[in-house]
Design a protein around this ligand. Structure first.
Ligand SMILES: O=C(O)CCC(=O)C(=O)O
Ligand SMILES: [Fe+2]
Length: 363
């Protein structure tokens, strides 16, 4: 029987407050998306309006060989234009990528009560949070997505408090990915002509968070979004997406015959990981590297999972454009911010494209 929610509050309470999530709602046998999930026309995603990103994935194993310079060029060019690229031979075992997708499905297929135990305010640990949409209290239309978020402090604590359905694989994914993130960051910073000591590079990725996103099947995918237009706040994001597809990035400038404002689909590539630049790296590079605006479509056919790792500075870290670049450019496009303040602003507002960067922008 199709569920009936007598008013707006009862649906919000069921999905958000009681922690049933979008999945709980779909499992009731929903045949039509509730009004709260209907996006305004301009936010809906028409997949016929997107261009496929046909750039081949970048082979990171070649960083250690004679093609080093060419690969550095590919990485920095992608970071300067789309802000998104895919990588292969990244050092994260392929079987692990498969296990992560299985673990994500296994976490979200649990009963609502099991998942709701990790809701904000009741979770046994401040490091673990289960939720739905992004900031449901502030959104005009909700996102068709449930998630679990796990902050990393150290291995022991992760194994103690992260959910048992996914903690081992998530930790191994983090351990192997971080090596790659560090390497990419070194390459990108060196390409700017900036010299940083190891401790400063570590500080730029001093905090790490592994999320698992679950996008249930949606009866009216043309009306909803899985994630609305946003950029990520951190330094670099590593993203594992499954084979369903639906991730789109917006071009900020005309590039390679493609027009500014065009939405480019990042297609699923088996064994590859997606890397994207976040706001922090755009600020540090004084705007050279593009924190990409992106969004996710829903589908009526199969549920989709994705597993991002967000690498971000510690909240106490001060972030500002590198002095060498400000000197060279003759102008700083962003002011210095304490990262914790940037983060509070980011999580305090609904997704709205790249508006998050205004917090640091100098006009
Ligand atoms: O699911 C995806 O492909 C992307 C998710 C995303 O953009 C995010 O979690 O910030
Ligand atoms: Fe994102």
């Amino acid at each position: 029987m199709a569920p009936s929610f007598s008013d707006r509050d009862s649906l919000f309470n069921f999905v958000v407050r009681d922690g049933n999530g979008v999945k709980g709602m779909v499992d009731l046998g929903l045949t039509k998306v509730p009004q709260q999930y209907v996006q305004p026309q301009e936010e809906r995603i028409d997949k016929r309006n997107a261009t496929l990103n046909d750039n081949s994935p970048i082979d990171l194993s070649k960083l250690d060989g004679p093609d080093h310079n060419h690969v550095v060029e590919e990485i920095s060019r992608a970071a300067e234009t789309l802000g998104f690229f895919q990588v292969i031979n990244h050092g994260v075992p392929l079987e692990l990528l498969e296990s992560l997708k299985v673990a994500a499905h296994s976490f979200f297929s649990q009963t609502p009560e099991k998942k709701a135990a990790y809701r904000k305010g009741v979770s046994p640990s401040p490091l673990v949070k289960y939720g739905t949409s992004f900031v449901p209290e502030k959104e005009k239309a909700l996102e068709w997505k449930d998630y679990i978020s796990m902050i990393y402090t150290n291995d022991d604590e992760a194994l103690q408090v992260w959910p048992k359905e996914c903690k081992e694989v998530a930790l191994e994914y983090l351990r192997t990915s971080i090596k790659m993130v560090r390497k990419l960051l070194e390459v990108l910073i060196e390409k700017l002509g900036v010299k940083l000591d190891d401790s400063k590079i570590d500080a730029l990725i001093g905090m790490k968070m592994v999320n698992m996103n679950f996008y249930p099947t949606c009866p009216n995918p043309e009306l909803t979004v899985g994630v609305g237009r946003h950029s990520d706040m951190g330094t670099l994001t590593v993203l594992l997406q499954d084979e369903i597809g639906g991730l789109y990035v917006k071009l900020e400038d005309n590039v390679d015959g493609k027009d500014k404002g065009e939405w480019i689909e990042i297609p699923p590539v088996t064994g590859a990981l997606v890397i994207n630049v976040g706001d922090t790296l755009q600020i540090l590079s004084n705007g050279r590297y593009k924190s990409a605006e992106h969004r996710v479509r829903t589908t009526s056919l199969q549920s989709r999972v994705s597993v991002p790792i967000f690498t971000i500075p510690k909240p106490t870290e001060k972030i500002a454009p590198f002095a060498e670049l400000v000197e060279r450019d003759g102008v700083a496009l962003y002011r210095e911010v304490v990262f914790g303040d940037y983060m509070n602003n980011f999580f305090g507002n609904a997704h709205e494209g790249k508006k998050s960067l205004d917090f640091a922008r100098i006009n």
